[in-house]
Design a binder for this molecule. Structure first.
Ligand code: NAP
Ligand code: SF4
Length: 674
């Protein structure tokens, strides 16, 4: 990257200086639900402070019980709770960092029967209907925010962030769609802005002037009846006048029908909305959403879109992001690929957050970072995600690692994923691993099919088998018909398919193949293309959604039928936060989804199958097999037959339910034990 002058320049508030413009955005990690929560959280934030992030924001803490995200969700309203917060602040300050507490009242998004909102209007993503707060209760809520801010100051935080975007309570008050009140907090813009302005003034009074007060504004709501752009700009000025030191920006509500942070969103796509906020105020503005790369971050600052950048998931993926930028080692950043798989998808299924590319995230106290007691000579067979992750982690501990791969390039299954539209960020994962393998002097031997004999001669202390998977071939009449092709052949481009296609198997790979055949790679790279495809009105007249029909970015090149034997809805097991995006896109491209299919045969006529006792034929040019995988263990078995001990990891160990996150975690844990 070019010299990142803006990104690394300090920001002086008079009473406090941030060492650079990199902010770790607030993220609910659910670490508080695990054992030793205070120790975990302190270690988690301290690691990011050592990595030189300019400012860390905690996950949201509610100022009162009804504002919690879920029954045992984070709450900070009592001085008896000061202890763990002090531990976090001390750990961050010892590591030279700065940290602010986010105060979040979740409003009608709370997964609580007693949830509250401006009006009794249920969110489509919550089964509970909120009770409308009385006027007195709204004033009490303002006091609650001030009380929590006062506690934050006593705990040692450097500031607070008032969370007012993403469709939570304050955002619900500012948007006409959710605020139908007739008291002093509803109706006109002035009335709808009374809650945020009241909170800011009360908090400022409670904490004094030498304390950071950040307000996270929704720069575009992306819901019908959301805050219009003209009001967002007015609100930003009111927030500044009410005493905020800095504005952070949020994009969309949790219920928006538009993806806002998934990998299918182009990097920095929301710059147009953030710039509008920046132009309205003179206090610093933080940009957020789909910023995972120092060059993109630097461009946002140099182009005047914002003054700082917020990166939550990217600092989960790499706590040393800022330090690597400063040291000129940006190519060694373990880039967040925006998959949501191990962070948000886990949080939304009541598990704690970690990271697909960095399984140490959120588990800092579980992993030993000390060098190995004895340097071992280790052979690793297979340079897919598991083999590469093991090799890098073992080499970091000081081992002498030799990595063998039968293909002519590293990557394994990653090379199939990265060609799918919306999954180009997998290229970054490959870049990171390639650079780390080089810098750590791992000996990588490509195009070598190793056998037990070669390994026996190699005088290795340890052998790790990461030979991956092979596609499952179902037993079916006509399975060797020329119409039948494997997903591997399609995704590698070895096999072109005709216009009419049937896909057998609707797991992650089946959906990937459908997207590969129908998707437009530019849609996840070119913001205007993305906005058209998802109906975003960039002028945000009515909250950011256009009434026009969404535009398919290109005519569907194939007529695709997806099938599975299960009777459930197809795609039920896709990622909680990303599956809907894929399903919406494929639905828009006219994909036919067939559940409960009993495959009968494949012949010149096409694919014969039965549903509910009725036999049908799909007249297709090709049938793509995406029927899961089986472990590739030939090498392991032959080592075992010779009495040579080896460790199995990744898909070679367990193909069912295989995913890159599990493979990388298993590989990392094994490397740390060796
Ligand atoms: P998968 O998720 O296990 O899906 C396999 C599909 O094949 C299922 O639809 C299954 O449905 C069908 N199937 C299984 N055995 C069959 C047989 N003998 N005959 C016909 N159909 C059969 O496997 P995958 O799609 O290959 O994905 C592998 C793993 O990669 C996933 O578990 C996932 O973790 C990861 N991945 C995820 C994504 C994503 O979420 N976007 C993308 C790519 C890969 P029926 O048994 O109902 O027919
Ligand atoms: Fe980023 Fe995926 Fe890691 Fe989440 S799990 S931080 S989205 S790489």
């Amino acid at each position: 990257m070019s010299s990142p002058l803006h990104l690394l320049s300090p920001l002086d508030f008079g009473f406090l200086t941030l060492r650079n413009r990199i902010v770790m955005g607030a993220m609910h990690t659910r670490l508080e639900t695990l054992d030793r929560p205070a120790e975990r959280l302190a270690a988690f934030f301290a690691a990011r402070a050592r990595g030189e992030a300019g400012l860390l924001l905690t996950g949201g803490f509610s100022p009162n019980p009804e504002g919690r995200i879920e029954p045992d969700g984070p709450l900070f309203n009592d001085e008896a709770q000061l202890g763990p917060h002090r531990a976090i602040c001390d750990a961050v300050h010892r590591a030279g960092g700065r940290i602010a507490l986010q105060i979040l009242h979740t409003g009608r998004y709370a997964k609580l029967p007693e949830c509250v909102g401006p009006s009794a209007i249920r969110a489509r993503i919550n089964r509970f209907t909120p009770r409308s707060l009385t006027t007195d209760e709204v004033w009490r809520t303002i006091d609650d925010f001030a009380h929590t801010a006062r506690l934050a100051r006593r705990a040692g935080y450097d500031g607070v962030e008032i969370m007012a975007s993403e469709g939570y309570l304050i955002n619900e008050f500012t948007a006409p769609a959710t605020n139908q009140r007739t008291d002093a907090f509803g109706g006109s813009f002035d009335n709808r802005a009374r809650l945020p302005v009241g909170i800011l003034k009360a908090v400022r009074k409670a904490v004094g002037h030498d304390f950071l007060l950040i307000y996270r504004i929704s720069s575009i709501d992306l819901v019908q009846g959301g805050v219009p752009a003209a009001e967002t700009v007015k609100l930003a000025r009111r927030v500044q006048d009410a005493g905020a030191n800095m504005l952070n920006t949020g994009i969309g509500w949790h219920e928006s029908p538009v993806p806002t942070i998934a990998a299918s969103v182009p990097r920095a796509a929301w710059a147009f909305a953030i710039r509008r906020v920046k132009q309205a105020v003179s206090i610093p503005v933080i940009a957020s959403n789909r910023i995972n790369d120092p060059d993109v971050a630097e461009a946002l600052l140099t182009e005047g879109v914002a003054d700082l950048v917020s990166m939550a998931r990217p600092l989960l993926a790499d706590p040393d992001f800022a330090r690597k930028v400063r040291e000129g080692r940006a190519d060694e950043i373990n880039t967040c690929i925006a998959c949501n798989q191990s962070c948000l998808d886990r949080i939304f299924t009541e598990r704690s957050a970690t990271c697909l590319v960095n399984p140490r995230a959120g588990r800092e106290i579980e992993f030993d970072t000390a060098p190995a007691a004895r340097r071992k000579r280790i052979a690793v067979v297979g340079a897919g995600p598991a083999g590469m992750a093991f090799a890098v982690n073992a080499a970091e501990r000081g081992h002498d690692v030799h990595l063998y791969e039968s293909a002519s390039e590293i990557g394994g299954q990653l090379n199939l994923a990265r060609v799918v539209p919306g999954k180009h960020e997998f290229n970054e994962m490959l870049r990171y691993l390639r650079v780390r393998l080089q810098r750590l002097d791992v000996e990588v031997r490509l195009g070598v099919r190793v056998d037990a004999e070669l390994l026996a001669q190699g005088a290795f202390d340890e052998i790790v088998v990461a030979t991956g998977v092979r596609p499952r071939v179902p037993h079916l009449r006509g399975i060797d018909h020329p119409k039948v092709v494997s997903y591997v052949d399609v995704l590698t481009g070895r096999q072109q398919v005709g216009r009419r296609v049937a896909i057998i198997g609707a797991g992650g790979v089946g959906f990937d193949v459908a997207e590969f055949l129908l998707g437009d790679p530019d849609e996840s790279r070119v913001p205007d293309r993305f906005m058209r495809a998802w109906n975003v009105d960039q002028s945000a007249g009515t909250g950011g959604l256009s009434h026009a029909a969404p535009e398919l970015s290109r005519p569907a090149a194939h007529e695709v039928h997806m099938l599975q034997r299960k009777t459930d809805k197809l795609g039920a097991n896709l990622g909680k936060t990303t599956g809907w995006i894929l399903k919406a896109r494929l639905h828009g491209a006219g994909v036919k989804m067939i559940a409960g299919a009993n495959y009968v045969a494949i012949d010149n006529a096409g694919l014969h199958y039965a549903v509910g006792g009725e036999t049908k034929v799909l007249e297709v040019d090709h049938v793509v097999l995406c029927a899961g995988q089986e472990s590739e263990r030939d090498l392991y078995e032959s080592l075992k037959a010779r009495g040579i001990e080896a460790r199995l990891i990744g898909g070679a160990d367990a193909a069912a339910e295989l995913d890159a996150a599990k493979a990388i975690e298993q590989a990392t844990r094994l490397a740390v034990q060796m």
